[in-house]
Design a protein around this ligand. Structure first.
Ligand code: ADP
Length: 505
């Protein structure tokens, strides 16, 4: 029995006494675990042995082996307490093979479950392996596919060149998409072509180098791309059409605008000529040099004169605005001292201020040299000042200030102690024909064009105009004229006016 145990090929035999000490250690146990009988006899085992189980046991060199264990009762010598004889079979290799087989099965399952067709192709272009999807995709059974030349899956036109492509790939094998940038097509058994995406990978097999081709049917994607393209094209066409229409409309509007401006300009001119006649003759009548008028006649003539002057204002404003809006206003820029025109405007306004007992003051008036249109600069000031006088009750004050700001631009401000403007109207008053609601109730002698013109003139000069005001607290209208450092003569001290009496707002 011992001889048999000693020589049993793949089986190691280990005998333990009732205490668990090694009493028998076969040569095959030596081979299996690495320890010789001499090392083991009389010693306890370093590892546990259970019957029937496949256990992983470390060998002398640290490797793990898997063994299948059988146990027999064993009496080393008669009369002794019974020990155990363990018969161990090394199943490590078997286990590894099982694992490999399982992995191979899993891998096959994976190939089958893949959404893409997978083909293995040999050097001659023959299909040697195909997954189920490949069959479905091309309309063949799997067995029909295997052994078929891959050429059958290509459109006729490309078959001729395919061998060259294959040879080229064999010479430069790498994992890559096929025909990148090209629209690839494959053909079903029934001859119907469909778009595909193909990637290639070289594989080494026992039978030489092969190619794995993974094919994806992209019919759906291609269809939605084409749909998208169509939508985009339709959209682009519609957009182009709309653009054309818009451009045409714009040209029409521009033309209409130009015609309007031209019409206004010529009409204004035509209106002003007879108006000057009316004004001139009513002035003459009013002077009564050609004979006395009775009170009623005098009043009538005054009405004619006042309304004619108002009409002239309106016409002048409209003419100005139409010139500005049609871009025909040309600024005649020159370098001048701002103090001169300010004083001139103030002088022309003093009689009106005096009529309402409004105190008209100026200061600090820094010496500022402007490079601007002198006439237009005066017009801006005149507009702001006449508004200030118009909307300030008797006995109030109107003040003009000219300063050079830290930024280098010149700021001119016309302040009044008048009725003020609600915040929500601060922007709108600069629009054409806009008159602030609260103010127009009492005072209707305007055109609503003054501030619109003013803003155009200021902006034409590169400046800006704005108002700070509250109802009942007066208004501050300011505008800037950008001044070049070189045209700035002096800053600070030499103000030309007095401002001590000016009421704080
Ligand atoms: P208008 O000919 O009516 O004065 P403007 O364009 O010059 O036209 O002004 C528009 C409106 O802005 C005026 O009708 C008035 O309601 C308001 N406004 C302008 N300046 C002042 C001011 N200094 N105080 C109060 N309201 C003002």
């Amino acid at each position: 029995m011992f001889d048999l145990a000693t020589n049993a090929g793949g089986l190691a035999v280990i005998g333990l006494d009732s205490e668990g000490f090694v009493r028998f250690w076969s040569d095959s146990a030596h081979r299996m675990f690495g320890w010789a009988a001499a090392e083991m006899l009389g010693k306890p085992l370093a590892f546990a042995l259970d019957s029937g189980l496949q256990t992983s046991i470390p060998t002398q060199c640290g490797e793990q082996i898997v063994v299948d264990i059988r146990v027999l009762n064993w009496n080393e010598a008669p009369g002794q307490a019974p020990g155990s004889l363990y018969v161990l079979r090394d199943v490590t290799l078997q286990r590894k093979e099982q694992a490999a087989a399982r992995a191979a099965r899993r891998f096959r399952e994976l190939l089958e479950a893949a959404p893409d067709a997978i083909l293995e192709i040999d050097r001659e272009g023959q299909i040697v392996l195909a997954n189920a999807i490949a069959g479905q995709m091309f309309g063949y059974s799997r067995t029909e596919l295997v052994g078929l030349s891959v050429d059958h899956l290509l459109p006729e036109a490309t078959r001729g060149r395919h061998k060259q492509h294959r040879d080229h790939y064999d010479a430069h094998p790498s994992t890559r998409p096929m025909g990148s940038g090209l629209k690839l097509e494959a053909v079903r058994r029934d001859g119907r072509p469909f778009p595909v995406e193909i990637s290639l990978s070289p594989v080494d097999s026992e039978d030489g180098q092969r190619v794995i081709a993974i094919l994806r049917d992209i019919s759906d994607r291609r269809a939605s791309e084409e749909k998208l393209l169509k939508i985009r094209d339709a959209f682009a066409r519609e957009l182009a059409l709309k653009n054309d229409e818009l451009q045409k409309r714009n040209r029409e509007i521009e033309k209409a605008d130009r015609l309007k401006s031209e019409f206004l300009a010529s009409m204004s001119h035509e209106l002003r000529t007879p108006l000057h006649t009316i004004i001139g003759f009513s002035e003459l009548l009013g002077e009564q040099l050609q004979g006395a008028l009775n009170d009623k006649q005098k009043r009538f003539v005054d009405h004619i004169l006042r309304d004619s002057l108002h009409l002239l204002d309106l016409i002048n404003d409209i003419l100005d605005l139409s010139k500005i809006e049609s871009g025909r206003l040309e600024l005649l820029r020159e370098t001048f001292d701002a103090g001169g025109p300010i004083e001139e405007v103030l002088a022309s306004m003093r009689p009106r201020a005096a009529l309402k007992s409004i105190e008209l003051t100026y200061g600090p008036g820094e010496r500022i040299q402007l490079f601007a249109d002198r006439v237009r600069f005066k017009e801006i000031l005149l507009n702001l000042l006449s508004n200030a006088l118009k909307f300030t009750p008797d006995g109030g004050g109107v003040h003009v200030e000219a300063v050079v700001e830290d930024s280098g631009s010149c700021r001119f401000t016309v302040s009044d102690t008048g009725i003020g403007i609600p915040r929500e109207e601060h922007e709108a008053i600069f629009d054409k024909f806009y008159q602030a609601g609260s103010t127009t109730r009492g005072i209707r002698e305007g055109t609503g064009l003054g501030l619109a013109i003013t803003r155009h003139l200021v902006e034409e000069h590169g400046g800006r105009v704005w108002v700070e005001s509250e109802p009942g607290k007066g208004s501050h209208f300011s505008f800037t004229m950008p001044a070049n450092e070189s045209v700035l003569v002096a800053r600070g001290a030499d103000s030309q006016g007095e401002s001590e009496n000016w009421p704080a707002s």
